[in-house]
Structure formats: structure tokens, C-alpha cells
Design a protein. Structure first.
Length: 267
């Protein structure tokens, strides 16, 4: 009997050692897979960034080379090429700024300061910034947020969330649309917000991808209207920084509707 117990104990010990070794191998394999996936994402991101930077740089070079190669070009035509080159420098600057913001949120989020802000005031500042473009398009603004909708948040990032959603409408939704923003619930520590427009929306098969970096529904779509192609990716990252989530749907009545949450206070 004693011998049997010894044998059983030995078998149990061997089983535990084997299980431990198996767990270690699985953990190591999972870690390697995660590292490979991370490396793949970094390579893909680097490739995307290189492509996006190359486009405006190539355009600027082309415009300037045309001016240099044609010294007898009329002042009017020369001014046209200079203006085109200048517009590409603006796009290049916006792209660099947006990439820096995403990097800061992902790698140096502890450097982003939070303070008490009024979401109603922030939204009004955004609509004021775009007031001229909104008027030109004949759009209607409905800021249904209540004054005193207070959050403990990074003001710059919250401003960017609202700004990028509004700018997305101005670029793609068409003219004469309604732009609606409201906080529809404040449960526990979160403020639940929706923003929608009454524009054309996007094809259903693109909805899950529009938060991806540099994703375009149509090739060249973002380039034609300006922008870095990072606007909605920044929205997703900024919402995540504030402990929330974001999703988007096509409204039955037409247009895109975003739902997102922002933490009202720190833990």
C-alpha cells in the first residue's frame, strides 16, 4: 500500500511538472504570437504612414518642379501651382500632427492632463470654429447638450472628438443636413453621448472599418476633400483614453450616428 502511494505521488508530481511545462510552452507561444502580431501591425502602420507622407511630398515636388522647368510661365499659372503646393503642405502638417496625437495617446497617455470641463461649452466652440463652413453648406446645428454637462477629462482630446465628428459630416455628408449632438444618459460614472447627421451615410460593409487608420471607403476620397485619414481613428483612441467605447450605425432616416461614452470622473 505504501509503495502504491509513493507511485501515485510520483505520478502526480510528474503530471504537475508536465502541466507546468505545457503551460509555460503555451504561454511562451502566445507571447511570441502576440509579439509577431504587434510587429506585423507596426510594419503595416509604417507602410501606411510612408504611403500617406509620400503622396503630398510627391505633389509638392511636382508643382515646384513644374514652376522651375517653365520660367516663362504666366504669373497667374505660377500662383496656381504655388497655391496647390501650399495646400499639400497643410495636408502634410495635419497628417504629422494627427500621427503625433495618436502616438501620444498610445505611448504617453500619462502626460495628458485631465481637468473639469463643460462638454456643452466645448461643443459650442467646435460649432463656432466651423460656423462659416456650416453656413455655406446650409447645415443645421442641434446642440442638445445641457449647460453644465461636466466631465473630468482632457479638454483638448474631448474637443478633438467633437471636432472630428463634425468635420467628418462637413466633408462627406453633403449639403443641407442636420448635425445633432446630445447626452442621452448619465448612468453612474459615465456620460453617454450621441452625434448624428442626416446625410448619406456609408455602405454597411464599411461601418466596422471606418475607425481604422487611413481607411477610405473610396480610394482618394479623403485626399480629394483634405484631411489625414486619421480623424475617426483619433476619435476611437480619445474615447478609449477616457474609459469609454464608440460605435457607429447608419440611421434608417439617413446619415451616420455615433454613440460613445466618456467617464465623468476619475476612479
Amino acid at each position: 500500500m505504501k509503495t502504491l502511494l509513493i507511485i501515485i505521488n510520483i505520478l502526480v508530481a510528474l503530471a504537475l511538472v508536465g502541466a507546468g511545462a505545457l503551460i509555460h510552452r503555451l504561454w511562451k507561444k502566445g507571447q511570441q504570437k502576440a509579439e509577431q502580431q504587434s510587429q506585423k501591425l507596426k510594419q503595416q502602420m509604417t507602410s501606411n504612414i510612408s504611403h500617406e507622407l509620400r503622396t503630398p511630398v510627391t505633389s509638392i515636388r511636382g508643382y515646384l518642379e513644374t514652376i522651375i522647368a517653365c520660367p516663362d510661365m504666366s504669373p497667374e499659372k505660377k500662383l496656381m501651382f504655388v497655391e496647390k503646393a501650399y495646400n499639400q503642405t497643410l495636408r502634410l502638417s495635419e497628417l504629422i500632427t494627427d500621427m503625433a496625437l495618436i502616438t501620444k495617446m498610445e505611448e504617453r497617455s500619462d502626460k495628458l492632463r485631465k481637468e473639469e470641463i463643460d462638454l456643452y461649452d466645448v461643443a459650442n466652440e467646435v460649432f463656432d470654429e466651423f460656423a462659416e463652413r456650416i453656413a455655406e453648406k446650409g447645415n443645421i446645428v442641434e446642440n442638445r447638450l445641457s449647460a453644465g454637462t461636466v466631465l473630468i477629462a482632457n479638454r483638448s482630446l474631448v474637443y478633438t472628438i467633437v471636432r472630428n465628428l463634425v468635420e467628418n459630416t462637413l466633408k462627406y455628408a453633403g449639403d443641407g443636413v442636420t448635425m445633432h449632438l446630445e447626452c442621452y444618459s448619465t448612468i453612474e460614472k459615465f456620460c453617454y453621448i450621441t452625434y448624428y447627421d442626416t446625410g448619406s451615410g456609408v455602405p454597411e460593409d464599411h461601418l466596422e472599418k471606418i475607425f481604422e487608420r487611413f481607411y477610405r471607403i473610396e480610394e482618394g476620397r479623403a485626399r480629394d476633400v483634405g484631411g489625414s485619414g486619421l480623424g475617426l481613428s483619433i476619435v476611437k483612441n480619445a474615447v478609449k483614453f477616457h474609459g469609454g467605447t464608440v460605435r457607429v450605425i447608419n440611421r434608417l432616416e439617413g446619415g451616420l450616428q455615433f454613440f460613445f461614452s466618456l467617464r465623468r470622473q476619475n476612479d
